[in-house]
Design a protein around this ligand. Sequence first.
Ligand SMILES: CC(C)(COP(=O)(O)OP(=O)(O)OC[C@H]1O[C@@H](n2cnc3c(N)ncnc32)[C@H](O)[C@@H]1O)[C@@H](O)C(=O)NCCC(=O)NCCS
Ligand SMILES: Nc1ncnc2c1ncn2[C@@H]1O[C@H](COP(=O)(O)OP(=O)(O)OP(=O)(O)O)[C@@H](O)[C@H]1O
Length: 213
Amino acid sequence: MLKPLPLDVKPAASFRVGLTGGIGSGKTTVTNLFAARGAAIVDTDLIAHALTAKDGAGIAPIQTAFGNEFIAANGAMDRKKMRDHVFSDASAKQRLEAILHPLIRAETALAINRARGLYVMLAIPLLVESGTWPQRLTRILVVDCDEQTQIRRVMERNAMTEPQVRAIMAAQATRQQRLQAATDVITNNSDIEALTPQVERLHAFYQSLIAKS
Ligand SMILES: CC(C)(COP(=O)(O)OP(=O)(O)OC[C@H]1O[C@@H](n2cnc3c(N)ncnc32)[C@H](O)[C@@H]1O)[C@@H](O)C(=O)NCCC(=O)NCCS
Ligand SMILES: Nc1ncnc2c1ncn2[C@@H]1O[C@H](COP(=O)(O)OP(=O)(O)OP(=O)(O)O)[C@@H](O)[C@H]1O
């Protein structure tokens, strides 16, 4: 039985876990398990989605830079169309990132200030790729997954082909680069049940580090 969540607790400001992993490695699945144990999750993918939803701050600059065809009828960014575009055109990806990354950083800073829980866990897909995140984090937790499993899970979830998934993976750090940057690793090659003991061990470890600090 899990203890009631410490929802009103201001987290230890200096203790920040950055969680990363390749596309489909299981970041969301793992952060949900930490959230259930009282960690405050700030998920930069969710922030990026909100910025590109109808009336999000990213919509007007994206419309100007990419044209109306990248805005869906409901006013949100057409995600599938943009995904196909940016992962086959590196300069388009750079233009999209130049619009969204400063907005994501600003919203992330606000979300960290609002966060309540035992500690803050920041889910950042491009943590290793970014020059700035690693030095702002206390721990770097990598969700590691072998490439075939990663590809299979994304193909199943997003109805994508293997070349499409591989094009996204090619735009990301390699598995090796992520593992080199890691202070902690969760392996997600088998079933969801295999994640729980790994999460519980690290959650206890993080709390012990906070208690000592
Ligand atoms: C390219 C877009 C349109 C694809 O949308 P889609 O709904 O298919 O994917 P979603 O946003 O849920 O992201 C899923 C995963 O794709 C990968 N990914 C997304 N953006 C990037 C990127 N710029 N470079 C490499 N991988 C990326 C990450 O592994 C991420 O977890 C979208 O991801 C986007 O707007 N990206 C730019 C913002 C960004 O860099 N986000 C990631 C870091 S917060
Ligand atoms: N251990 C597992 N067993 C079975 N399915 C899993 C497991 N871990 C994750 N999945 C499934 O694989 C897919 C990808 O997982 P998840 O969304 O957690 O990854 P992610 O790293 O957050 O993805 P993205 O990079 O696209 O944001 C999801 O459909 C999820 O339900």
